[in-house]
Structure formats: C-alpha cells, structure tokens
Design a protein around this ligand. Structure first.
Ligand code: TRP
Length: 333
C-alpha cells in the first residue's frame, strides 16, 4: 500500500473556539482526514505558556475535544488526542531545544507580539513555543500542517530545526509546510473591521462555536458598517470588505453575487446583508454548538476518545523519538 502523507495540527485550549479556528483550521481537517494520515490534538502544553489556571484547564481541554468531534472530526479516520497524553513530545522538545538558537527564537514575530507590553517576566516556555510546536509536528514526521496564516513563522522554525537535525545527525525529519487547500492561508476578519477573530480578545467582534443564535444575531447586527456607496463600483471600506469576506465563507455563491451586485449598483441595504449573514452563520454554528454541548456532558466518552487517540499517536511518536535518540547518541545498551 502506498503510504499516505502525514498531517499534524493542533489548537490551544485557551478559550472558546471561533469561526477563525473553524475556517482557518478545522474545516481543512475535515477534508484532510478523508485522504491523509492525520493527527489532530489539543495543545494543552502550549496553553501553559500563557494561561496558567489549573482549575480551568480540564474543562477547556474537554471542550476543544468535544468541539473537534462536533465539527465532524472522526476518531475512526484521524488520530485525535491531547498533547500531554503523549510525553514523547516533551522529550523530543528537549532534544530539539539543543538545536534552537536564542537569537532566532527572539526574532519570531509571534513571540515579539506576545511579549509586547508585558510587564510580568517572560518564561522560557514562551520563548521556546516554536520548538514545542516543531516537536508536535516532527514527532509524527508530518509534511503538511493545516494552520492559519499567523502560524507561518512557526512552520519556518520547524523546517529549520528539521534540516539542522538532519544535517548534524543524519536524516530523520521531512520538512513540514503550512497547508491550505485554497492555496492561501486564511484569516477570518473580526466584525469590527480591525484584525481577526480571536479566542480571548474582542468578544463582541468574534463569533464563537458556542454562541447562541441570539448572540450571533446581536454581534452581527452590531458590526460596523459605513454610510454606503454613493457612486457605482465604489471600492469597499475595510468594514464592508470584511462583511463580504464573512458572507463568502458561510453563504452560497448566489447570495454573495446578489449582494455584490447590490453594492455595485448602490442599492445595498446593510441591514439585509447582516440578516442574511446571521442566518447563514447560525445554520453553520447551531448544530455544532448542540453536538458539542451533548458531548461535553459525556465525559466518559471523551475520556475514551483521549485514551484511544493517545495510544494510536504513541506508535508513531515512539518510533520517531527512538530514532532521534539513537542519532543523537543516546543509545547505551
Ligand atoms: N501554535 C498553534 C496555534 O496557536 C497551535 C499548535 C501547537 C499547532 N502545536 C501545533 C498547530 C502543531 C499545528 C501544528 O494555533
């Protein structure tokens, strides 16, 4: 049998999943689980780099797991697990840390962003976040990583570490690439025309998979608009551009074409566009929300999923780790 290409991706359990996670990552997972060897996990170690409330972690981990399944990830098709259930990753992370330079880690844009304006001390876990992420990917020797655009610098770091390891110790790791089916890494804009949807900031401008129908309507109704086009074929303001981007994600091509045309002819009513957008988002989100809520009530089932997933993931993790240890000379028997 021809070997299938290996795919890895994960999401940090630091808050409620939102449409950015859905369109940036999960929707791709759904396609990929059909034809690749997939490993999808909950990145709880990574959550510790910024969130440190031990009481919340369990709920958050099970919520992401439930939301994964509710979105359609299928444990029969993909390996679904929790990062810390696979301590092999922690060991590979330790080994890869020997190859990561302080200077290059300090230059990673996401690190610079995270420490900007922070007064509390910056822990080494935050600095070496990309090394842990490289371990996540390389432990399964994955080559495709479905992630949003913001993750590209981390992927570059993973490639650097892979090739450095291969050069120093002998070939072990193929170089992973960020992957998006549309060829373009997707960014889901927030509802206020500024930045993207986010797990923790800007809650009224982000649609979460757990939002009620009413809340979705309210958030969309509140989204910023402008005074409307006054001449045909006017360029769109960023707020309106974003509403159209969202419409393209959740509505049919006919609906999008209808509003594009209305915009070009200056007959558009933003109220109608928002109503349509809200209806189409609810059609997507409501069933996921309901399934996720049901699953979260069935912790025994989620525990089983965790266990089965970790066992499956361990096969490939142990093989890679063993090889990495040998190549680095940690082989004394
Ligand atoms: N850094 C990713 C994010 O914040 C989460 C993540 C951790 C990840 N490890 C990964 C994504 C490995 C893909 C592969 O979204």
């Amino acid at each position: 049998m021809q070997q299938r290409e290996i795919v890895v991706s994960g999401i940090r359990p630091t808050g409620f999943l939102h449409l950015g996670n859905y369109f940036g990552a999960i929707r791709q997972y759904l396609h990929m689980q059909e034809s690749y060897e997939c490993y999808f996990f909950v990145a709880d170690y990574h959550a510790l780099t910024t969130h440190q409330d031990p009481k919340l972690l369990r709920t958050q981990v099970y919520r992401v797991l439930a939301e994964y399944l509710a979105c359609g990830l299928d444990p029969e098709k993909a390996t679904i697990y929790v990062q810390s259930d696979l301590p092999e990753k922690a060991e590979l992370y330790l080994l890869l840390n020997m190859l990561a330079y302080k200077g290059e880690l300090e230059k990673v844009p996401t690190f610079k962003e995270k420490i900007r304006g922070r007064h509390e001390s910056i822990n080494a876990g935050l600095l070496t976040y990309p090394v842990l992420m490289a371990a996540d990917i390389l432990i399964h020797r994955a080559i495709k990583v479905p992630v949003g655009k913001d993750q590209e610098p981390h992927l570059e770091m993973a490639r650097n570490l892979a090739s450095r390891f291969n050069q120093k110790f002998g070939f072990l790791f193929p170089e992973p690439m960020a992957f998006s089916e549309t060829g373009e890494l997707l960014k889901v804009p927030s509802l206020d025309g500024k930045g993207k949807m986010s797990k923790s900031e800007n809650e009224m401008a982000t649609i979460y998979l757990a939002d009620s129908d009413e809340l979705i309507r309210k958030k969309i109704a509140r989204a910023k608009t402008d005074a409307g086009p006054s001449t045909p074929h006017s360029p769109k303001s960023p707020e309106i551009e974003n509403l159209f981007l969202l419409l393209k994600l959740v509505s049919s091509p006919e609906t999008v074409a209808h509003f594009e045309e209305a915009y070009d002819r200056c007959t558009i009513r933003y109220g109608e566009l928002k109503q349509q957008l809200a209806n189409d988002m609810i059609r997507l989100v409501a069933p996921i929300r309901q399934r996720a809520a049901d699953l979260q009530n069935d912790v025994e089932y989620l525990k089983k999923i965790r266990k089965v997933g970790a066992e499956k993931a361990r096969d490939s993790a142990q093989t890679t780790l063993q090889r990495a240890r040998e190549l680095m000379g940690i082989a004394y028997d």
